[in-house]
Design a protein around this ligand. Sequence first.
Ligand code: SAM
Length: 191
Amino acid sequence: MSDLESVFCRTALWRSFARRFVVPRVLSDAEGHEVLEIGCGSGAMAAEVLRARPGITRYVATDVDPAMVELARRQLAGFTDRAEAQVVDASGLPFADGTFDTVCSWLMLHHTITWERVLADAVRVLRPGGRLVGYDLPDSRRSRLIHRLTRSTVRMISAEDLVAELTRLGLRDVAVKPLGIAGAYRFTATR
Ligand SMILES: C[S@@+](CC[C@H](N)C(=O)[O-])C[C@H]1O[C@@H](n2cnc3c(N)ncnc32)[C@H](O)[C@@H]1O
C-alpha cells in the first residue's frame, strides 16, 4: 500500500466513511461467533462490526503492518473481552484449519498481489459452513488510475475472476454484487 493510502486509512475521515456508508451495506454478511478479519488496517470496520454484532464472541483483527495493528488495538480497546489485534500476513495465516465461523476481507485483497493464495488460506481456516465475506474495488480504468496516482502496488481483481477463484476453491453460494459505492463489489461465499 502506498504511503498516501496508508495515511488515509488511519484518519477519522476514513473511519467515519466506513461507519456511515460501508458498514450498513456489509453488516448482514458479518455473522458468526468467531470472526477473523484479514487486513484490518486501523480497525475502522472491526470496531463498528463489534458494536453492531454483540453475538460475536471472538474477533481477531489482523494486518501485516505493525503500525496498523497498533492503531487497531486502540480502536478495539473497548472490546478487550471479545477482540484482539495481531500482526499477521494473510498469505500465511497462523491459525489451525477450521478455526473461524467467518473470515472478513474489507478492501484489502487487491493489496495482497498473491490474492489467490490469500483466499485459499482464508478458506482453510473457515469451519465447514463458515462464510467468507468482504468487499473490494473492481479492475476498472478508474481504480487503476487512482492506484497509479497514489503510486500503490496493487493487483486489481475483476468480479468475474473472483467468482471463478472462489468456485475453484470449492466454495458454494458464491455471490458478488455491487456495493453501491464507487463501483466497488461485495462478495460472500460459504465453505
Ligand atoms: C485499504 S486498507 C483497508 C483496511 C481496513 N480493512 C479498512 O477497511 O479500513 C488495506 C490493508 O490491507 C493490509 N494488507 C495488505 N497486504 C496484506 C497482507 N498480505 N496481509 C495482511 N494485511 C495486508 C494493509 O496493511 C492495509 O492495512
